[in-house]
Design a binder for this molecule. Structure first.
Ligand code: LLP
Length: 409
């Protein structure tokens, strides 16, 4: 079900027309559909209902406090990678026993905070991190639960910049190092080795890499002979960004996991980000100018790479949706660009598009994940607002940064 869609040729977010929103709030801004968020969360839960996983929403994909609070109400936990994300998850009311702390570069302050907040699991990624946690836990005479991240040497078929499971990546421990570290941890009295974690990349739309990953995890578990309390399978479940691309088949993935879980009594943890929030937002932006050059027509928007970095960073494509679909067509080399002073500040090239003019609005689709969270003040432009629609109501869930705060810092 899509809650952000054309209804009678007019773009709507649930029951609210995008045109009305664009007139009410200052563009550009992110606009979320709460119904879509709920739909995605429960679709995810449902697909894995036979496994009953702990779902820890990956806060890096979107850390808006209102969104975290909504997810908390649905029963979600959190996957955090910094002190900031941890404190935000706590502020949203998420139970510490549903929070996992990941990341290869946790500082001592972050580890201490994770311990203080009694998170479910700290997923470690190196022997030296284990030594540091052991030192801290000895000092405070506590027993700390940790998991180790495995690098399975399996790459998800995805963009090279978001693939994390290959043996030459900085993430996790190789098969051999994992086994050796388990033996060392067994001798550390203040550490409780409770988890094995793995995450091979993001935007994976085919289950085969996950199948390969599970087989390596299985091998490692058999070799260590440890009955891990938790098996954290990370996130990475891909969504559809275009008609050509299909979202991951979660039911197929669930079947693979069911098979993998035979003779195991561990609890599965998932850390999905994109699948939960990716298609739950559009970026609403205004056409400032249409500039004709000899070969192209540049459609210059008021949103740029500072607001939505994915196209410039990964060559990602976010479909551009006109607010009103008419039969009138614009043809030619249309290039949708932002106002930032970089040639990589472009969103899309189109040969054919609904007729648009200066002052019209368009929406960039599927920007809920890694949209706002990757945005910046580049070119000294303010961080933009976030709006949430719920049925026929809309509200601000993050105010646009004021020029005053921008200028004084
Ligand atoms: N768990 C770990 C350990 C991760 O590193 C990530 C994402 C996730 C979970 C959540 O992955 P998801 O379910 O959202 O795919 N900025 C990039 C994506 C970077 C992903 C980083 N790690 C993008 O815009 O495509």
């Amino acid at each position: 079900m899509n809650y952000i869609r054309l209804r009678k040729n007019n773009l709507c977010v649930e029951n609210v027309s995008a045109q009305k929103l664009a007139k009410k709030y200052r563009t550009p801004f992110y606009c979320y559909s709460l119904a879509q968020l709920k739909n995605n969360y429960f679709t995810f839960k449902n697909a894995f209902k036979s496994i009953k996983p702990v779902v820890c929403f990956s806060v890096k994909s979107n850390s808006n406090i209102a969104i975290l609070k909504e997810l908390k109400k649905m029963g979600s936990g959190a996957d955090v990678v910094s002190i900031g994300e941890l404190l935000k998850a706590k502020k949203a009311g998420i139970n510490s026993q549903k929070i996992v702390f990941s990341g290869i570069g946790k500082t001592e302050d972050e580890i201490r905070m994770a311990i203080k907040k009694r998170v479910l699991l700290i997923n470690v990624e190196s022997e030296n991190e284990v030594n540091l946690i052991n030192k801290i836990s000895k000092k405070i005479s506590k027993k700390i639960s940790i998991g180790i991240r495995l690098n399975p040497n399996v790459t998800g078929k995805t963009h090279r910049k978001i693939s994390t499971g290959g043996k030459n990546e900085k993430f996790g421990l190789s098969y051999n190092d994992f086994i050796v570290l388990c033996e060392k941890i067994k001798k550390m009295k203040n550490l409780n080795l409770e988890g094995i974690s793995v995450h091979i990349g993001s935007q994976i739309t085919n289950v085969i890499p996950f199948k390969k990953m599970l087989s390596v995890v299985n091998k490692v578990i058999n070799k260590t002979k440890i009955n891990f309390r938790f098996i954290d399978l990370g996130g990475g479940m891909g969504i559809s960004y275009s008609k050509k691309e299909k979202e991951i088949n979660l039911k197929k993935y669930a079947k693979l996991i069911q098979k993998f879980m035979k003779n195991k009594n561990s609890k599965i943890i998932f850390e999905p980000g994109r699948f939960i929030i990716g298609n739950a937002a559009i970026l609403i932006t205004k056409i400032i100018y249409i500039k004709k050059s000899n070969k192209k027509n540049f459609i210059i928007l008021d949103a740029g790479m500072n607001n939505l970095m994915r196209p410039a960073l990964y060559g990602a494509h976010h479909q551009i949706i006109p607010f009103k679909k008419t039969k009138k067509i614009l043809r030619g080399n249309l290039e949708f660009v932002g106002p930032v002073c970089e040639s990589s500040d472009k969103f899309s090239n189109e040969k054919i598009f609904t007729k648009i003019k200066e002052g019209d609005y368009v929406g960039l689709a599927n920007v809920g994940a890694y949209g706002m969270s990757l945005s910046s003040n580049y070119n000294t432009r303010p961080i933009i607002a976030e709006i949430m629609v719920n049925g026929s109501k809309d509200k601000i869930i993050r105010k646009r940064q004021t020029l005053e705060s921008l200028v004084n810092n």
